[in-house]
Design a protein around this ligand. Sequence first.
Ligand code: FNR
Length: 376
Amino acid sequence: MILSSPLDYREAARRRLPRFLFDYVDGGAFGEETMAANRADLSAIRLRQRVLRDVSAPSLETSLFGERMAMPVLLAPIGLGGMMRRRGEVQVARAACRADIPYILSTVSVCSAAEVTQSCGRPVWFQLYVLKDRGFMRHALERAQALGATKLVFTVDMPVPGARYRDAHSGMSGPHAPLRRMMQAVGRPGWAWDVGLRGRPHDLGNITDYRGQPTSLTDYIGWLGANFDPAITWRDLEWIRDFWKGEMIVKGLLDPDDARDAVRFGADGIIVSNHGGRQLDGALSTARALPAIVDAVGDALTVLVDGGIRTGLDVVRMLALGARGVLLGRAYIYALAARGEQGVTHLLNLIAQGMTVSMALNGVRSVGEIDRSSLT
Ligand code: FNR
């Protein structure tokens, strides 16, 4: 299969993964309307076509929270990313290191923060969920700090998990799930050999670190389901803010009032996100929510965004709407599933090329020049 556009990787991932894993990545909540709106509303953003402005040496370089990076693109935390390819998070971390951009490791990664950090020799940004088990949260923060992490991404849009109907249909959950998963794996021998057999252990490294016993996929679903804390408020988070020595970035805001609360709370940054349309279906797309949030918080903190970003052009669109940087989610996970570390590296090259071309045609030479004047 010819992979010449970032969009090609979705189909390549579909061919490689057992159905339960492809649908787990590809799906959203309920009727998947917000997930679709993320793509549709972003695609509808129109940029100005400018000419004769000497765009011969464009620069994508940027700096966020004092960290220099090759482009304003980060890799989003994706639970179970390590099931897409053998020791998948390690492969992603290596590709991120090579591309000189940050990788945000999920709480519920297959590979532990220690395994991932050792593999690429530089700290990841660490993502944490609000969980009832505060002992786990404290342990995970201490481990991340000991491994040199200075950026904490704190995800707050999952007080309860959204209903993901595709997971029940595909065998990720629901009746006879383990048997159905095994039968699907047999039909995907490439994946079964690479991940099913050679990619073990299939546990959740950060949780095993804490509980001291291997956890399985079924354990993962049970533990998470029982552990999300719907009672949480900003006040409950104060100990984390006081405990964490580095920057704290709150992920999963969609409302200007919540963004103002994040400023009052003392967050260093926020990520405008609806979890890729996996939580409240019917919520606004991130492309539509972003401008009002940027207006609400001004320069009080750094605003990042994710949701539906698949190409370099999409990155430029989000920057034009006011984001300082973006997270890629499914875009890089499809590439990981299809071709591993090499696929993620290729995808990131395509994203950088797409940004460079879009910026040149938009008449800007650096990411700092992209703002609402880039829009038409
Ligand atoms: C996610 N997301 C997510 N977010 C988070 O904070 N912790 C996590 O463990 C996960 N896990 C996860 C798994 C899968 C399969 C998906 C698709 C998403 C949300 C993710 O970080 C990001 O917000 C979205 O993926 C962005 O939307 P796009 O780019 O996938 O459309």
